[in-house]
Design a protein around this ligand. Sequence first.
Ligand code: ITT
Length: 200
Amino acid sequence: MSAPVFLLATNNSGKLAEMRPIFASLGIECVSMREAGVSSDPEETGVTFEENALIKARAAMGASGMPSVADDSGLMVDALGGAPGVMSARFAGGHDVSDAEKCAYLLAKMADKEQRSARFVSCIACVFPDGGKVTAHGTCEGRIIRAPRGESGFGYDPVFVPEGYDETFAELGPEIKNGISHRARALLAFKEELARYLGR
Ligand code: ITT
């Protein structure tokens, strides 16, 4: 069976910018929702990354009829008991809050915390029109610094330093981030699961 074209079911331009070259490097053809002329933004009512990724993938597939891939991801901070986790996009009050405000809110919550360990988590979920699904997970360990640094990426990138580095994701830039990030690792695992699913 030849691999289909996948719809990337995200409204986050930062994620889309990361997912496209990773898909290209994995040899998987994909289009954005804008290119496919569909819109989808379901309520993320799940309590796990996988549940939310499946909600988004299923909604996009319902709108497009195409096999659809969604990423649900977030930052889990040990000193905050794993928060913001699945609430990462809404942590500082809603989708209208800027990334800079989210980082500032997180840093304020962490002001008195000595323990700085954290990890980014990504779940990639793909659903097919015949009801089949493929899911994969990836994590990236690191720590939260005390003041934002760097301009690239999105979300909490300016306050997260991945293990083995001294710079934040926002300072390291896309080439390094896309080699080690939670999303890159989840997509690599996804490629293997997809090959198994497609019987290759
Ligand atoms: P879609 O649901 O449309 O894909 P979203 O931004 O709402 O976009 P999520 O619900 O998965 O996506 O929320 C993930 C949030 O976690 C995201 O908005 C960022 O704040 C944060 N996040 C996830 N991955 C990140 C990364 O690689 N770098 C920085 N922050 C990240």
